[in-house]
Write a protein that binds this ligand. Structure first.
Ligand code: NAP
Length: 284
């Protein structure tokens, strides 16, 4: 039987640690950490993510602000909102929920977030620091994956790691973090030739593709560690990028969907907000 990496349990443990730290630090700072979430439009999945982020804040004792706009909001209103939040002393982290409604380009709005409040770790500054091997606020989902691997005592150094996907949000920062842990990293994408051959040599596979059950058992080496970042809806049910039922028969360790990487993303967002709060208040 493979080790099923329980993202809910790991996430709960980290949230308890964050809450304990907030209780300890709030006296010294005279306030608790604050997170602002900006959402535009009525994408149902985004609304659920935002609701979970706000309730995550309440769980660990953070202050949170929720700025909601309809799908017709202008670029200038969003930039103005971000600028106000940048100046707000009670806010340590700002997140603009993606995707934005049609007609709004995130590249024209996200760069206005103060890089020190970029708790999603998506700015060129934060991603540049990661690329240089000196990260500050790390992109939440890949950071959560590293936490999961460590929680399961999986050795990363010297291992062949294959990341499928090269998005700025998941694939690329994931590869940089694995490299930082001294894995030998290969990044695969839609133009990769003979993906199966590359993936079948991996000791650690991270799937971040966005295609339900794309990674099948015949691609996986016996005893590999398989991390499924994918979140796809199939017949109304959440489903990963990995064919979990069959792959788990070969894997040494695997994350389920739901209950694997998903819960870690919000927890890492809370962790980044706490880090930003500590830095601002010289509490590091
Ligand atoms: P994305 O921006 O759409 O990137 C998908 C990547 O997969 C691209 O790099 C693409 O290659 C690659 N790809 C697509 N088809 C492929 C194929 N046939 N063979 C090999 N590579 C292929 O998606 P994302 O934002 O990285 O998200 C990936 C998945 O993770 C989605 O299911 C998303 O919902 C999920 N996700 C989950 C969390 C969480 O909290 N669990 C957070 C973020 C995202 P090209 O670059 O060549 O197009």
């Amino acid at each position: 039987m493979p080790h099923i990496i329980d993202g809910k349990a790991v996430s709960q443990k980290i949230k308890s640690e964050i809450k304990a730290e907030v209780d300890l630090l709030k006296g010294g700072a005279g306030r608790v950490p604050g997170l602002a979430v900006v959402i535009a439009g009525d994408d149902p999945a985004s609304k659920i993510y935002v609701k979970n982020k706000i309730s995550g804040c309440a769980e660990v004792g953070f202050f949170s602000v929720h700025k909601e706009f309809d799908g017709n909001v202008s670029k200038s209103t969003l930039i103005e909102t971000v600028s106000e939040l940048n100046a707000d002393e009670n806010i340590d982290g700002i997140l603009v929920q993606l995707p934005l409604p049609k007609g709004l380009n995130p590249d024209e709005i996200l760069p206005f977030i103060d890089v020190k409040k970029d708790v999603d770790g998506l700015s060129a500054y934060q991603q540049g620091l990661l690329l240089q091997g000196n990260p500050d606020l790390i992109s939440c989902t890949p950071n959560g994956v590293i936490e999961l691997l460590k929680s399961a005592n999986i050795e990363i150094a010297g291992k062949n790691a294959v990341v499928i996907g090269r998005s700025n949000m998941v694939g690329k920062p994931m590869a940089m973090l694995l490299l930082r842990e001294n894995a030998t990293v290969t990044i695969c994408h839609s133009k990769t030739k003979d993906l199966k051959n590359t993936v079948s040599k991996a000791d650690i596979v991270v799937a971040a593709i966005g295609r339900a059950r794309f990674v099948t058992a015949d691609m996986i080496k016996e005893g590999a560690v398989v991390i499924d970042v994918g979140m796809n809806r199939v017949d109304g049910k959440l489903c990963g990028d990995v064919d979990y039922e069959n792959v788990k028969e070969k894997a040494a360790a695997i994350t389920p969907v739901p209950g694997g990487v998903g819960p870690m993303t919000i927890t890492m967002l809370l962790k980044n907000t706490l880090e930003s709060f500590k830095k601002k208040n010289n509490l590091l």
